[in-house]
Design a protein. Structure first.
Length: 607
């Protein structure tokens, strides 16, 4: 049943949902007290500009200045989106150079997505308050600095610091690109600008693996990060020259610092628990954890289990804090009232679940293709081309089909195709199956993403009143980033655990590998293949023994990849099931119409 408010009689105004009345009063009070910035005072904003969110400098034509602004924003967006996928292809090379484990590679991918997602909503609002141009430039500068730290890092710790800095910068810059577009362009030019923004985002996600493969193969994996530096500098200089500052300060707005802190601690604790479970034990300690000379007690619950439990408790605390702030009429990090809209509620659930399955696929396939199949980084990137091509072809077709039969069935069909393709990966992934087997499966996977992704976003945004579309968009992007972080963590844990279990079982069963070498090889599996296969092989093996060891390693990684793919397919299948709860076009339109009516209830009707 749709969660929009009911009517008593036809001639009676809709009653607002519980808790909305106070927020509506606060909202109207803010409208009266909204503070004009110096920029708005000097330019005499018109009522139309205020209502549409445009600045006095906004233009309905795409002139030279507007074109440069669009180019600047596109460059910044491109490096942010590319960074989420370019690193995956470089991971095996980073593993060899830093002598780190597969588990450590999970941190490189997940930490960026976690920081990005955790601070996305906050920086979006702070951009409105303190200046979109200022926050955008600050974000790009931070992102470039983080890229430099990553590009010159000599160990895992320095790289993770760089990834955190990159995540903060991306969280500042990404929402600012959209808000600057909104305040700079109107009419036909706005349509062109947003179309370009979407095309750049899609193309960048696809180009990431190819660029990562090219730089890693012909230059160095470090250029997967350092390439951001010149592009970022151009974007900053361009922004300083052509983008005009815009902000709309709300004196009643208060940043939800408690919410940001609690959700970041919660997600970090959960991430640590899932990634480090294989190292420190899932229930009881399996390895000593030491910080500043203090050891975790070996007779207590494992640190990983405690981290997961603590993360879940903090997640509950976050929900409590959000509800309390909203009841007090204050801004909250997450607008819980949006969950009243059925399309948004089930759409966000679907986005979260599916992201956990989708984003891990390139992660574990990149490891398999390069380590087991011996592909170069560039060949690995090329292998993903069928996915990219089919996605681009299918996405616009999905929009046309949605207009005829509604988005719900397009979303569900796309996710069924995705789940089927990923499950197929778990079946065709062997040590020696021809690579050509992967091309049609990856193409089907791309078709599924092309069908589902855009329509799911459209449904989430279209299910809420238009006044809250910005909040809904920010929430959608946030849960997608957080879902991807946890997808890599959870599926990566399956990958590492399977590699360890299968590897040790194969070692025990081998009659060719001498017993004196089995202990060190077993330790290599327990550590997550620190430094890759070659650095894990002990010296002194004969040719036959070396071949047997490599066979064991390849079999373990292959089986780990198969189970990782199977786990990912379960997440996407669950997403397909939850998409069945999303209302189709007619019910979504009804919810939206009712929601707008509630937003416009006058104060007198509520008393």
């Amino acid at each position: 049943m749709d969660a929009t408010p009911p009517t008593r009689k036809r001639h009676v105004l809709l009653q607002p949902p519980q808790g909305l009345k106070q927020r509506e009063i606060v909202r109207q009070g803010r409208a009266k007290n909204m503070e004009e910035t110096p920029e708005s005072k000097s330019s005499n904003l018109s009522k139309q500009q205020i209502s549409t969110g445009t600045s006095p400098a906004a233009s309905s034509t795409l002139g030279r200045r507007q074109f440069i602004i669009l180019l600047v924003l596109s460059l910044a967006l491109a490096v942010i989106v590319i960074d989420a996928t370019i690193v995956n292809i470089a991971l095996p090379s980073i593993q060899r150079d830093f002598r780190v484990s597969v588990k450590d590679l999970e941190w490189i991918v997940s930490l960026y997505a976690l920081i990005f997602g955790s601070f996305l909503l906050t920086w979006g609002k702070l951009g409105d308050e303190f200046g979109r141009k200022r926050i955008f430039i600050g974000g790009v500068v931070l992102f470039v600095f983080g890229s430099i730290v990553d590009g010159v890092s000599g160990n895992l710790t320095n790289m993770l610091v760089g990834r955190v800095i990159q995540g903060f910068g991306a969280a500042m810059a990404a929402p600012s690109t959209l808000s600057i577009l909104t305040t700079t362009f109107t009419g036909r030019a706005r349509g062109i600008a947003f179309g370009t923004w979407g095309a750049v985002a899609g193309a960048s996600a696809v180009l990431g693996p190819l660029l990562g493969g090219y730089f890693t193969t012909y230059w160095s994996w470090r250029w997967a990060f350092l390439i951001n530096v010149p592009i970022g500098i151009v974007a900053v200089v361009g922004a300083l020259l052509v983008i005009k500052e815009s902000k709309f300060r709300d004196p009643n707005y208060s940043t939800d610092y408690a919410g940001v802190t609690v959700i970041t601690l919660s997600l970090s604790a959960l991430l640590f628990g899932f990634i480090e479970g294989q190292t420190y034990g899932w229930l009881t300690p399996s390895e000593t954890f030491s910080v500043a000379g203090i050891n975790w007690p070996s007779n207590s619950v494992s640190l990983s289990a405690l981290s997961i439990i603590s993360g879940l408790i903090l997640l509950g605390v976050f929900g409590f804090l959000q509800r309390r702030r909203q009841r007090a009429g204050k801004d909250s990090l997450f607008d819980i009232s949006l969950l009243r809209y059925k399309g948004f509620r089930y759409g966000i659930i679907t986005v979260t679940i599916v992201s956990m399955g989708e984003f891990a696929v390139i992660f574990f396939l990149s490891i398999y293709f390069q380590i087991v199949r011996g592909l170069s980084a560039i060949d690995t990137g090329v292998t993903f081309l069928p996915l990219a091509i089919s996605l681009f072809i299918t996405a616009p077709i999905a929009g046309l089909l949605s207009n005829k039969i509604g988005p719900k069935w397009i979303i569900t069909a796309g996710m069924v195709l995705e789940a089927t393709a990923i499950f197929s990966l778990s079946q065709i992934t062997t040590v020696d199956n021809p690579l050509v087997y992967f091309y049609p499966v990856l193409a089907v996977y791309g078709i599924g993403i092309g069908l589902a992704l855009g329509q799911l976003v459209s449904t989430v945004l279209g299910s809420v009143p238009w006044q809250r579309a910005g909040v809904a968009s920010g929430t959608n992007n946030t849960v997608r980033q957080i879902g991807s972080a946890f997808g890599v963590a959870v599926i990566g844990a399956v990958l590492v655990a399977t590699i360890s279990a299968v590897g040790q079982a194969d070692l025990a069963a081998s009659t060719i590998i001498p017993d004196q070498f089995k202990a060190s090889l077993a330790q290599a599996f327990n550590s997550g293949l620190t430094g890759g296969i070659l650095s894990s092989i002990p010296p002194g093996l004969t040719a036959a023994q070396l071949a047997a060891v490599i066979t064991v390693f390849n079999d373990a990684i292959t089986q780990g990849t198969r189970w990782a793919a199977f786990t990912a397919s379960i997440f996407v299948a669950l997403g397909a099931a939850s998409s069945l709860l999303i209302p189709n076009a007619k019910s979504t339109a009804k919810a939206k119409a009712l929601g707008v009516a509630v937003e416009k209830i006058p104060i007198s009707a509520e008393t």
